[in-house]
Design a protein around this ligand. Sequence first.
Ligand code: B16
Ligand code: MG
Length: 215
Amino acid sequence: MRYKGIIFDLDGVICSTDEYHYQAWKALANEIGASEFSRADNARQRGVSRMESLEVVLEKAPKVYTEAEKQALADHKNKLYQGLLANMSPADLSGEVRQTLDTLRGRGLLLAIGSSSKNAPLILERIGLRNYFDQVADGNQITRSKPHPEVFLLAARLLGLEPRDCLVVEDAEAGIEAGQRGGFDTAGIGPAAECGRAAYELRCFSDLLTIAKSS
Ligand code: B16
Ligand code: MG
C-alpha cells in the first residue's frame, strides 16, 4: 500500500461545517456593518485560524477595532457558530463519508483528523465520530494554523508515521500548502481540488478508495 495513514481536515472534508462558519461570519459581518463580506471572502477563511478569519471580515468593516474588541467579536462569532453546531447530529455525517472511512480502515490504514478548529472535539461528538479516529490533532493543540504544517506534523507524529507515509485530505488551498510544506502527499476536495496545487483532485470523497487502494 502506498500510504500507511490518512489525515483528514474536518470542516469541509468530513462534514459541511464550512457552511456554518460562513453563516456565522456573515451574521457577524451584517451586525458590524461589513455587509459586503461575501462567499469569495469566506473562501479565504478556509483552514486559517479564527482570529485570522476575523481579519478577513474586518477588511469590510467601517471602523477600526482594538485587540480587546476583536477578541469579543471572535467570541461572539464562535457563539453564533456553536449555536449552529448544536443542531448537528450523526445524520449530518454522509453515508458516503462513513462508508469510505470504514473501508479505508478495513484496509489497515490509520486515520487521523488534522483541523485548525478549536471546535473539532465538539463537532466530532455531534456527528458521532468522537472515538472513531486513531488520533485527533486540532486547533487546541497548535500555535500556528494552516498554511503552517504544524497540525499535520502533529497528527503524523501521534499516528507514529512519517509524513511521506501519509496522505492529507483538504478542502482549503491553505491546507494543501500546509500539507506540501510538511512533506505530505495531498488530495484536494471542493475548492482545494480546483486550486491546481493538490497531487490528487477528488470529485467526491469516495475517490479516496481509488487513491489508497490495496497493492
Ligand atoms: P474555529 P478545518 C478550520 O477548520 C476552518 O476551515 C476555518 O474556517 C476556521 O477559521 C478554523 O477551522 C478555526 O475554527 O473557530 O472553530 O476554532 O478546515 O481546519 O477543519
Ligand atoms: Mg477545511
